[in-house]
Design a protein around this ligand. Structure first.
Ligand code: BES
Ligand code: MN
Ligand code: ZN
Length: 501
């Protein structure tokens, strides 16, 4: 949608035009072709000194039309570390470098690792390229006058990374590209307004994964009724738009019989709160109440795109929570697919109702190795963790540890919060088996997680409450303001590090 840079890798060379970026350390050291280029620039040391540039991490020195060269612009990018410092976060660096390059037509990054650092150049190049791609996204489908946005969507049209190990970089780039595309798919889905993206349309977009080699099955309301998904259907019954569940399957493991890993997303395409209607302020944000489902679609694209050696199943529960004459009421009792009856105390606690049925269906039909669900489930998780960490709830320590490690590796962080019987007691209902909220507002995110746990049986399971992390109010090096696609990189990494064989 938005212009994305054409990314290429080439052999080390000294470009004779365009913008050139080089890397330096905290001693202003250079190596390889970068060293040659800098040595040819008249008065470089004086320029750096006058600009007080010392190569600090994230800082850059920009020189227009440097004397002694034919290039248009030189950007010297500081990595700010010397010998013995921890490894640079190359993905973040790539986003920062693209931010400095801006919308140049042609830019070349010379991937010469500064002296004293021994990072692998192919890894540095491909990670930087990923960072540049992640940075360059913008959602401008509905802007009739397109301007390169200053804050979002910085974009060089042709971005080349030059290094000796061109072949190594080209090979490694394929998986990164599948990941960047998966992230953009998820961002587009979350940014799309709800008048365009309602359950049926969302299902259609998920069905595009067929082109990647993913099997896609769409369950309509008739099929959901037959399955007994009364909790999910209750959420959608006040909307003109029909509900859907989509099942996506990627069979990449050597054995088609290998137990699948299962990812489940909350896909409430708009959440008015239903009859327990939300206040008007910021209600527009509820177009993003399908970020969990968007993440699962983006993830399935990535896994298929990089031919991950895993059997993975994605399931998304799609419904629109609206208050009309057919809407469910507080006090209504519905029967879930699991057989448990649920008293609806608050129609705004709808995500857990959607997920309860999909979780049950997933473990019943697919007998997974584990299931991870993602959901913009509670405002309370924003109170607890803000936009920095997602809430992690799990019945399994190993899965939790793997998720925590993967989160650290890609900077999509999770923080584990408890589950306990004492909380479960608080959702026992007077008139049904369980109710969808507790009395009072205490521990709102845990109560919601506790509700979900009622539908997972014995399967290792983790719930990520992404109500805080799905959306960013500020631009970051690799995340433009808006939909973050939180979870795509995290779960891709989880699979890559622990579950491929
Ligand atoms: N979709 C909301 C949660 C949410 C809030 C997501 C803010 C993103 C930002 C969810 O369906 C909801 O309304 N939860 C209620 C639960 C309450 C009624 C127990 C909430 O958090 O207020
Ligand atoms: Mn709600
Ligand atoms: Zn919701």
């Amino acid at each position: 949608m938005a212009p994305i840079p054409k990314i290429a890798f080439s052999k080390t060379h000294l470009p004779d035009s365009g913008t050139v970026a080089v890397l330096t350390d905290s001693k202003l050291g250079f190596s390889g072709s970068s060293k040659k280029l800098i040595a040819g620039i008249k008065g470089f040391d004086r320029i750096a000194k006058a600009a007080k540039f010392v190569g600090k991490a994230g800082s850059a020195l920009e020189i227009a039309a440097p004397a002694g060269t034919d290039i248009d612009r030189l950007i010297v990018f500081g990595l700010g570390r010397g010998e013995g410092d921890p490894a640079t976060e190359w993905v973040k660096t790539g986003g920062q470098v693209l931010g400095k390059i801006g919308n140049a037509d042609k830019a070349t990054v010379l991937v010469d690792i500064p002296p004293g650092l021994d990072d692998d150049a192919a890894k540095a190049a491909t990670d930087m390229a990923l960072g540049a791609r992640l940075r360059s996204y913008s959602f401008d489908r509905y802007k009739t006058k397109k301007k390169p946005d200053e804050e979002n969507g910085a974009c060089a049209s042709n971005l080349t990374f030059a290094l000796d190990d061109e072949a190594g970089a080209k090979k490694a780039w394929k998986a990164h590209l599948a990941l960047a595309d998966g992230v953009d798919i998820a961002r587009d889905l979350v940014n799309e307004p709800s008048n365009i993206l309602y359950p049926e349309e969302f299902a259609k977009r998920a069905a595009k994964l067929v082109g990647d080699g993913v099997d896609v099955e769409i369950l309509d309301e008739r099929a959901l009724k037959k399955l007994g998904m009364g909790a999910l259907l209750g959420v959608g019954q006040g909307s003109d738009k029909e509900s859907r569940v989509v099942v996506m399957r990627w069979n990449g493991a050597k054995s088609s019989k290998a137990k699948p890993v299962v990812f489940i997303g909350k896909g409430v395409t708009f959440d008015t709160g239903g009859i327990s209607i939300k206040p008007a302020a910021s209600m527009e944000d509820m177009k993003g109440d399908m970020a969990g489902a968007a993440c699962v679609v983006g993830l399935m694209h990535t896994l298929a795109g990089r031919k991950a050696k895993v059997n993975a199943i994605g399931l998304i529960g799609l419904a629109e929570n609206m208050p009309d004459g057919k809407a469910q009421r507080p006090g209504d009792i519905v029967t879930s697919m699991s057989g448990q009856t649920i008293e609806i105390i608050n129609t705004d606690a709808e995500g857990r109702l959607v997920l309860g049925d999909v979780l049950w269906y997933a473990q019943d039909r697919f007998k997974p190795q584990f299931m991870v669900n993602l959901a913009t489930l509670t405002g309370a998780i924003l109170v607890a963790l803000g936009q920095e960490y997602a809430g992690l709830f799990s019945n399994n320590d190993e899965l939790s540890a793997n998720l925590t490690a993967a989160g650290k590796a890609v900077n999509e962080l999770v923080w584990r919060l408890p589950l306990a019987d004492a909380y479960d007691k608080k959702i026992k209902a007077d008139a049904a088996d369980i109710k969808n909220i507790s009395n009072g507002r205490d521990a709102g995110s845990i109560i919601a997680a506790q509700f979900l746990q009622r539908f997972v049986g014995d399967v290792p399971w983790a719930h990520l409450d992404i109500a805080g992390t799905a959306w960013s109010n500020e631009s970051k090096p690799t995340i433009p303001k808006g939909a973050t696609a939180y979870g795509v990189r995290l779960l891709d990494r989880l699979v890559a590090d622990h579950y491929e064989r």
